[in-house]
Design a binder for this molecule. Sequence first.
Ligand SMILES: Nc1ncnc2c1ncn2[C@@H]1O[C@H](COP(=O)(O)OP(=O)(O)O)[C@@H](O)[C@H]1O
Ligand SMILES: [Mg+2]
Length: 424
Amino acid sequence: MPDDSPLIQSLRTAVAAAPADVPLRLHLAELLLDAGRSEAAVAEAAVALQHAPGDAQARDLMARAMGMPTSPQTQQPQQPPQTPPAQQQPRPRPGFDWKAAEKQVGDVVPPRFVEAPLRSDGQDDPGDADAWDVEGPGTVRLADVGGMQEVKDRLEAAFLAPLRNPELRKLYGKSLRGGLLLYGPPGCGKTFIARAVAGELGAAFLSVSVNDVLDMWMGNSERNMHEVFETARRQAPCVVFLDELDALGAKRSRSAHSGMRNTVNQLLTELDGIDSAANEGVFVLAATNVPWDVDLALRRPGRLDRTILVLPPDAAAREAILRYHLRDRPIENVDLGKLVKATDGMSGADLAHVCEAAAERALLDSARTGTVRMIGMKDLLAAAKEVVPSAEPWFASARNVAMFANEGGMYDDLVAYLKKRRKL
Ligand SMILES: Nc1ncnc2c1ncn2[C@@H]1O[C@H](COP(=O)(O)OP(=O)(O)O)[C@@H](O)[C@H]1O
Ligand SMILES: [Mg+2]
C-alpha cells in the first residue's frame, strides 16, 4: 500500500513470508491500529484468529480494532450514560466498525429498511449529568414515540389540549395548575415522552434528577430546587422534568437528611406558584419508577395530580425502537414482525441491548471465521432469548401495591394492565 509507513511495509513483507506467524501478524495489526487504520488491523487480526482462535492477545486486538469494549458486556442492560445532548460529543458508538465491514462485503449488501428511521435525536436520555442545563426547544414530537396510543391520548387530554387551547384554559381556569407524573418500570420511555411533550409545546427542556438537587453535605438542596425553577422561568417556555421524583419521598432512608423536608416544601411552593404570572410558560413533568415512594403531599390536587402509567412498549413501539437501533447496523433480511413478537415485555433499554448483543454475535462470528458477515435474524432471535425483560422485578413490587395499596384508585391503570397480563 502506498500510504504504509516503511515499518509497516517491511512487516507486511515479513508476514507474507511467514503467514502463520501469529505474533508477527499481531505486531503488524497493532501498528496498523496505532496508525488509525482499524479496517486493515481488523483484517490482520481476523487472519491471526484463524490461525490461533483462542489467542487472548489476538482477541483483545480484534476487539480494540473494532472499537468494542475489551470484555464484552453480556449482563443486564444499563441505561446509556446520561449526558445532556447539548454538550454531547458524537458519542463513540461501541461496536464493530461496520462501515469498514460493509465496504468489505462490497456490492452484495441486501436492502435494508425502506421507511425512514426515527429522528436521530429521538433516543437519548440526557438524564442527570449537569443538573440545570437547558436544552433548547427540541424536534422530538409525540409522533416519534412509537405506538403507546393510550399514553398519547391521555397526554393530549390531560395536558396538551388544554395548554394549546386558550379558550379551554379560560374555561377551566385554575384546574390547569400543576403538573403531570409519569410512572412505570425503568427504561420504558418516560424520559423520552417527557422530551416529546416539550417538543409538542415548542418548549425548552430542563431535565433534573432529583438526586442531583439533593445536596446532602452542603444543605443546598432547597436553594438548588429554587434555582431549577428560576432557570426554567428565565428560559420559558420551558418544561421542567423532575426525574427520580421518589428521591424526595418521605419513605426513603434519606429522609433522615434534615434538608429533605425543606426541599419538599420548596418544591411545593414552586408547584403551587405554577399558575402565577411569573411562571407563565413553565410546565412541570415528573417521573418515577416507584410512585409509591413519592411524597403524598406532592400528589395533592393542583400539584402533580395527574398521573400517566408508562408501560413496556407495545408492538408498534417495539417496532419503532428496534428499527431505530438497527438503523445504522448492517442487517440483512430482518423480519421485524417476528422480532417484535419475540420481544414482548421488553423495555426500550432491553431492546437496545438485544440489538447490541446481536451485533456482538455477528462480530464474534466474523472474527472467528475471518469473514465479515451481516447481522441476521438468527443473531437477533438468539439475543432476544438471552435478554431477560428488566421490567419483571418492577412488576413484582407493583403487584403488591396494586393489591394492597390502591387507595383512591390511584393505580387503577396498573391493576387493569396486571389483570390483562394475568399478573394479578
Ligand atoms: N415508544 C417508544 N418509541 C421510541 N423509542 C422509545 C419508546 N419507548 C422507549 N423508547 C426508547 O427506549 C429507551 C429508554 O427510554 P427512557 O425514556 O430512557 O425510559 P425511562 O425514562 O422510562 O427509564 C430510550 O432510548 C427511548 O428513546
Ligand atoms: Mg428516564
